[in-house]
Ligand binder design. Structure first.
Ligand code: CO8
Length: 297
């Protein structure tokens, strides 16, 4: 069984991430490929972690700095839906490569869109596949997370960053505005004044500033980022998947409602956990001084 550190080393080696040649890594035995995974052109998927319970998605258009073309987004949506439906998967990690998490929507693909084509095709509709995911999604951001790339990271539940990561909403430079949550989620993360500054100037912020602002929860050396992110996913995976899902729903409710109705929502979910076997098991295990054995019930 490959250790997390070994997988990370393999993923971060130039032979793998910088060229996108997963299968051509010098020691392929380090990486257990997701043999049943559908063929993707713009992403790579794998199942990692000591218990093989972490779904890993790597955005894989290195030449275009992982610009989020439509085909990539369709594949990403499908991979997230598949991992969400897979009972063996506890959490999902989305990452890019050392240079870019994602440099935004694909400007070359988008440049000839018009209002009616956007409206008729429901441009961006696949974003909902990610926000509807019940399992925790963690973004591991190295390099650029710009425009749609920053918005994708913010759509995730937790953002870990490598120390060279750069975040920004530079849409203003190309005559448009953020279209996948940048004007809505960013102020909720960092407050109005900082969000306005980022959106109205298009300036980039680095990983440490992003951490200070609360956009990112932790910053790691570049080569440690994926390993630490997978560890976090594994740690989450030690808990009851059912209760993790309810906890995620409840935190997300804080962004959807008033404090009063959010507190009511939280209380009803809290009461609801007392109808689950896993709540009973968790408390019994504590009292009996033994590790819990959660059954996702
Ligand atoms: N779209 C398409 N191609 C891109 C993009 C992009 N967003 N970003 C980089 N590339 C391409 C470049 O065109 C270049 O390709 P080529 O070699 O064929 O010329 C290649 O990637 C490498 O890029 P650079 O040579 O520019 O690399 P640098 O290291 O010099 O610069 C930067 C890196 C600063 C990241 C620079 O590439 C840049 O500014 N990119 C654009 C960033 C941007 O404006 N992002 C916002 C896009 S708009 C948006 O995201 C709207 C969101 C709406 C919702 C999302 C829907 C999916």
């Amino acid at each position: 069984m490959a250790s997390v550190a070994a997988i990370t080393r393999a993923l971060l080696s130039k032979n793998v991430i910088n060229t996108g040649r997963f299968a051509a890594a010098s020691n392929t035995s380090l990486i257990k490929f997701y043999s049943t995974a559908p063929e993707y052109e713009n992403i790579k998927v794998d199942i990692v972690g000591a218990k093989k319970n972490v779904g890993l998605i790597q955005l894989n258009r290195p030449k275009a700095l992982n610009a989020l073309c439509n085909a990539l987004f369709k594949e990403l949506g499908k991979a997230v839906i598949d991992f969400d439906a897979d009972e063996k998967i506890s959490a999902i990690v989305i990452t890019g490569n050392e240079k870019a998490f994602a440099a935004g929507a694909d400007i070359k693909e988008m440049q000839n869109n018009n209002y009616s084509s956007n409206a008729k095709t429901g441009f961006l509709k696949e974003w909902e596949d990610i926000s509807n995911c019940g399992k925790p999604i963690i973004a591991a951001v190295n390099g650029f997370a710009l425009g749609g790339g920053c918005e994708l990271a913010m759509l995730c539940d937790i953002i870990y960053a490598g120390e060279k990561a750069k975040f920004g909403q530079p849409e203003i430079n190309i005559g448009t505005i953020p279209g996948a949550g940048g004007t809505q989620r960013l102020p909720r993360y960092v407050g109005k004044s900082k969000a306005m500054e980022i959106v109205l100037t298009g300036n980039f912020i680095d990983a440490l500033e992003a951490e200070k602002m609360g956009l990112v929860s932790r910053v790691f050396p570049v080569e440690k980022l994926l390993e630490e992110t997978i560890k976090l996913a594994e740690r989450i995976g030690t808990h009851s998947p059912l209760i993790v899902k309810l906890a995620k729903q409840s935190v997300n409710q804080a962004y959807e409602t008033t404090l009063k109705s959010g507190l009511q929502y939280e209380k009803s979910i809290f009461y609801g956990t007392f109808a689950t076997e896993d709540r009973k098991e968790g408390m019994s295990a504590f009292v009996e001084k033994r590790p819990p054995n959660f059954k996702n019930n």
